[in-house]
Design a protein around this ligand. Sequence first.
Ligand code: HEM
Length: 415
Amino acid sequence: MPAPSAIAITPSTRNVSIDVRNPAFYKNPLASYAALHAQCPSFFWEEPQQWYFAGYDQVNSLLRDRRFGRQILHVATREELGLPEPKPHLADFDRLEAYSLLELEPPAHTRLRTLVNRAFVSRQIEQLKPEIAALSHSLIDGFEKDGEVELLKTYAEIVPVTVIARMLGVPVEMAPKLLDWSHRMVKMYVFNPTLETEHDANRASAEFADYLKGIIDWKRKNPADDLLTHMITTEKDGERLSDDELISTAVLLLNAGHEATVHQLGNAVRTLLETGTSARDVFSSDAATERTIEECMRYAAPLHIFQRYALSDIELEDGISLKKGDKIGLLLGAANVDPKKFSDPLTFRPERNEGAHVSFGAGLHFCIGAPLARLELKLSLPILFERLPDLRLKSEPQVKDSYHFHGLERLELEW
Ligand code: HEM
């Protein structure tokens, strides 16, 4: 298969140039990944000027490799690393990141993760089953008679945000505002955000934090059976979470709790419809449904790329030398279609049983919400196809011009 026009590979030097804004790339990154697997699975990406890894084994082991971390400032100063000073106009955004589970390394990470984890174990999550099913049905009740719908705004977005808001104990009526803050913040994760994006993300962070501070103060006086109250009152070794930690964790859970799931739901529906897959067959039993969900997550993952810092000088096996503080990129989306791991990887095969994808990551930062995301998908996908058996695409789905969130702009369906 020839490499798509958006990617230029020089195998002799392992240099690769990719234009992530070119539709030939972002509409179907899997085709570019196939070219990388064939010619250069670890490569120096010229635009961001750093090493990237596409092979399944490499990505999987680098995610678990304790010589790398999501954070570097716990082992070095900015001056040592020649990093620029924080931007003052991002102070509120940075404050949320500074206490975010996703941006911490042990021991701070271990402490925070232990405190939050209990709520996310499968046993706890299973209890949400009736609530998620009822929510899916009630949303479909709202548009069933119309014969058509834009699925992202009416369903894929609403299920995850409602569930995570209820779990945390944040009023569900706030969902539109939570979505607005979250969308404005996650725009920061694209390559080279604009100054306007930065200012806007900072304003959203300040408003979001202020709002949560109010809720937390209220919960302190009015404890309830929800995750925020649990985080406020829980103790480990005599220590409680500080207000900054509580706010950052709540923001992270509200953001991470829906942004990826929305696109995973949209990508899964699109995949099932475009491949002419029979919903009746693939959702015929619990086991078949679970396999189908895992294949949707492998083939049409919403998050394709994560970064790590080298915490010391490191020589990798394939002759790549890294200095302390260097960043590397791990292409989860590419690892999921490595032909060394998955047979015929660019084909969607719901019955596939060839081991785990890495869409939820691996190692210390493995997605804490994985049991919840899986349950939401396992319920809301089959219910949609069961209720609307004639479901079909009304127009060609438009892929978002944003590499970091591989998802759709809109998903117009009819029946
Ligand atoms: C299909 C949906 C989802 C996908 C594909 C996904 C993917 C991921 C990935 C790849 C990571 C690891 C990032 C890294 O290693 O750098 C991660 C971490 C995380 N995810 Fe998810 N996620 C999803 C849904 C959720 C949900 C529903 C929640 C919460 C309710 C959630 C909360 C988190 C949190 C808190 C972390 C940070 C964990 C840590 O740093 O210890 N995610 N997710």
